[in-house]
Design a protein around this ligand. Structure first.
Ligand code: VG1
Ligand code: CO
Length: 543
C-alpha cells in the first residue's frame, strides 16, 4: 500500500442539488470527476485524518467502482475507519442509522434515488454529516467552493478491496469493516414498533404486497416483512436489487409503480400495498383501491403514531416541506404541538430533529420519517402503517375516511413538466416572480388570489436563511398553487406545479382529486402563463 497524491484541475458544475450531486453516470465515470468531488468533500469538512466514515449505495450501475474509489481516497486522506455495507449495499436510512450508531464523522451515500440507473442513466453522491443527515446548505456550499479550487486528490495504491465478506480488515492505517446492510437497521425497527402485534396481524390473514422495484429495499423488506414478521413468501416483489432496476424507474408513485397499482385495484388486491424507491427512503402506501397521498400519509401517521411503542409518549412537533399539503398542520393543531414548514429536501429537517422540536417529518414526494434517523425512511413508514393497522383493526380506506371526517380533506396533486429547456423554465419563474406583488385581489380563471409570495425559510435553530424556495399562491376558498424547479434532475429543467384544495369536515370529501383541483389548476395555468413561456400545460407525470 502506497500513499499517492494525484494532480487534478477543477471540473465545472459540481454543485450539489436538493439531495447531493446527481449527474448522468457517464459524467461520473469521466477521469477525476468522482475523485474531485470526494476530495472537495474531505477538504470541506477539514480533512479525513483520524475520522470514521460510513459508505454504501443503492446498488445501481457504478456503485461498486465508486465505492472502491472512495475507500482508497478515505485511506489516502488519513481516515481511521470506514464502515461499508456488504457488497457496497446500504439503503439511505440504513446508512444514516449506521453513522449515528457508530458515532461516525459522516458518510457517503451513492445513489440518484428514484432516478433510473445504468450506464446511460443517472448516478449520484451524497455526503451526510455526523448527525446522520444530509449535509447542510452551508456545508454543500463549502464543498462546491472546494471543487472550484481543487488541484490534487489523495488516495492509495492498492488492489480492489473485497466487500463480499463480513468482517474487518486493515489497509495501512485504516480499517475497513464490512457489515450486513440489514441487521442494525432491523434491530432499530424492532425497537420502534410492536413486532408481536404486526406478526399477529399477518397470522390473522392480513395480506400485503411490498414492491421493492428491483432496488435497495429488497433485502430489507424480505428480512423484516417476510422473515421477522411472518408475512408469506412472495409478499415482497421485485426484491433483488439490480444495477439497472430492471430498466424501471424506481419511483414509488401511481405512475411508476403501476404494476403494484394494477394489483391494488384488481379483485385480488391484498389489504395493503407499499413500494419504495431506489435508495429506500421514499414510500408509497395504497389500500385496496385506495391510494394514500403522501401528504395525507404524513398526517395520518402523525395522528396515530402514539399507537406504536416508540411514539407512545406523543410527538414533539410535526414538520413538512412547503409544497406538502397542510394536512399535517391540522393534526399538529389538534394535538397542540408545533407545526413547521421547511424548504424542499430532508436537510432542512435535521436541525429541528436534533433540537427535539419535531418527531415526525414528511414531504409530498413520498418521503416520511422520524427522529429515529436523519433521513426519510420508506420501510419505517410501511412498518408504522402496519403497526397502526394492527392496533386499529380497520382497513386502510376506513382509516383514511375517518381521518378526512375528523380533519377535512386536502385534495392534492403534483404536475411535473420534465426536460424543459433551462432558460425557458427560468424565464417562466422569473416572469411570475416579477408579478407576485401585484397578484393579491386579482382573479384568474374565476379564483381570487389571497396571497402570493416566494418562500424563504428562517431556520429557528441556527438562524440561517434559505431564499428562493418556491413561488406560492393561495386562493379564496382554501386553494393553493406552488411553482418550483426541481433540484434533482440531470437533464434540462423540471418544473413542478403543486396543487392543493382543502375541503373542511362539512365539505365534499368524496370528489375525484383532479375534479376537486380543476379550479386551482386552471388559475395556476393562467397566472403562470405557462403555455406562453414553456410552451406546455400537459405534464409528463401527475402524482
Ligand atoms: C425531490 C423531491 C424532494 C426530495 C428530493 C430528494 O427534489 O421533490 O421532496 O427531498 O427529491 O429525494 P426536487 O428538488 O427534485 O423537487 V430522493 O428520494 O430523490 O433522495
Ligand atoms: Co430516495
Amino acid at each position: 500500500m502506497k500513499f499517492k497524491t494525484v494532480k487534478t484541475a477543477p471540473i465545472e458544475g459540481q454543485m450539489p442539488g436538493t439531495s447531493g450531486l446527481r449527474k448522468k453516470t457517464r459524467v461520473f465515470m469521466e477521469p477525476n470527476y468522482l475523485e474531485n468531488f470526494i476530495q472537495a468533500t474531505f477538504d470541506a469538512i477539514g480533512g479525513g485524518a483520524g475520522k470514521t466514515f460510513v459508505v454504501g449505495g443503492d446498488g445501481r450501475y457504478f456503485n461498486k467502482d465508486a465505492i472502491q474509489v472512495i475507500l482508497k481516497m478515505a485511506a489516502g486522506n488519513g481516515a481511521t475507519k470506514v464502515i461499508v455495507g456488504q457488497n457496497g449495499i446500504l439503503s439511505t436510512p440504513a446508512a444514516s442509522h449506521l453513522i449515528r450508531l457508530n458515532k461516525a464523522d459522516g458518510g457517503f451515500i451513492l445513489s440518484a434515488s428514484h432516478n433510473p440507473g445504468g450506464i446511460d442513466e443517472d448516478f449520484g453522491v451524497k455526503f451526510n454529516a455526523a448527525n446522520g443527515g444530509p449535509a447542510s446548505e452551508a456545508l454543500t456550499a463549502k464543498v462546491f467552493e472546494a471543487t472550484t479550487t481543487i488541484s490534487a486528490f489523495e488516495t492509495i495504491d492498492t488492489d480492489d478491496i473485497d466487500l463480499s465478506r463480513i468482517g474487518t480488515t486493515s489497509h495501512g492505517n485504516m480499517t475497513i469493516q464490512v457489515v450486513d446492510p440489514v441487521s442494525d437497521y432491523q434491530a432499530l425497527m424492532e425497537s420502534l414498533f410492536d413486532f408481536d402485534a404486526i406478526r399477529a396481524l399477518f397470522v390473522s390473514g392480513f395480506t400485503m404486497r411490498f414492491d421493492a422495484m428491483h432496488a435497495v429495499t429488497g433485502p430489507y423488506g424480505t428480512a423484516i416483512l417476510e422473515n421477522a414478521l411472518g408475512a408469506p413468501a412472495g409478499t415482497v416483489t421485485n426484491g433483488i436489487p439490480l444495477e439497472d432496476f430492471g430498466k424501471g424507474h424506481p419511483d414509488p408513485n401511481p405512475i411508476w409503480a403501476k404494476e403494484l397499482m394494477d394489483v391494488m385495484t384488481s379483485d385480488n388486491a391484498p389489504d395493503l400495498g407499499a413500494a419504495s424507491d431506489g435508495d429506500g427512503d421514499r414510500n408509497m402506501i395504497v389500500g385496496r383501491g385506495a391510494y394514500v397521498t403522501p401528504s395525507d400519509s404524513l398526517a395520518i401517521l402523525a395522528a396515530n403514531a402514539h399507537l406504536a411503542p416508540a411514539y407512545a409518549a406523543g410527538l414533539a412537533g410535526i414538520a413538512r416541506s412547503m409544497p406538502t399539503s397542510a394536512a399535517g398542520d391540522r393534526v399538529a393543531q389538534k394535538l397542540g404541538i408545533q407545526a413547521f414548514e421547511t424548504p424542499t429536501g430532508w436537510k432542512f429537517f435535521g436541525n429541528l430533529l436534533d433540537a427535539d422540536k419535531v418527531t415526525i417529518c414528511g414531504e409530498e414526494s413520498a418521503g416520511t420519517g422520524s427522529n429515529h434517523v436523519r433521513e426519510k425512511d420508506g420501510l419505517w413508514a410501511v412498518l408504522l402503517w402496519l403497526n397502526i393497522l394492527a392496533v386499529r383493526k380497520q382497513s386502510v380506506s376506513e382509516i383514511v375516511a375517518d381521518h378526512w371526517k375528523t380533519f377535512g380533506r386536502d385534495y392534492y396533486s403534483r404536475f411535473d413538466f420534465e426536460a424543459v429547456a433551462s432558460d425557458k423554465a427560468n424565464d417562466m419563474m422569473q416572469n411570475l416572480r416579477g408579478r407576485l406583488d401585484g397578484l393579491t385581489g386579482k382573479s384568474f380563471a374565476g379564483l381570487t388570489v389571497v396571497s402570493a409570495d416566494e418562500f424563504s425559510y428562517l431556520d429557528p435553530v441556527d438562524g440561517s436563511v434559505s431564499n428562493n424556495q418556491g413561488l406560492r399562491i393561495t386562493f379564496e376558498g382554501d386553494g393553493r398553487a406552488v411553482f418550483r424547479l426541481s433540484g434533482t434532475g440531470t437533464q434540462g429543467a423540471t418544473v413542478r406545479l403543486y396543487l392543493g384544495q382543502y375541503s373542511g369536515q362539512n365539505g365534499d370529501i368524496n370528489q375525484d382529486t383532479q375534479t376537486a383541483l380543476q379550479n386551482v389548476r386552471d388559475a395556476a395555468f393562467e397566472i403562470s402563463e405557462m403555455q406562453a413561456t414553456i410552451g406546455r400545460v400537459d405534464p409528463d407525470v401527475i402524482t
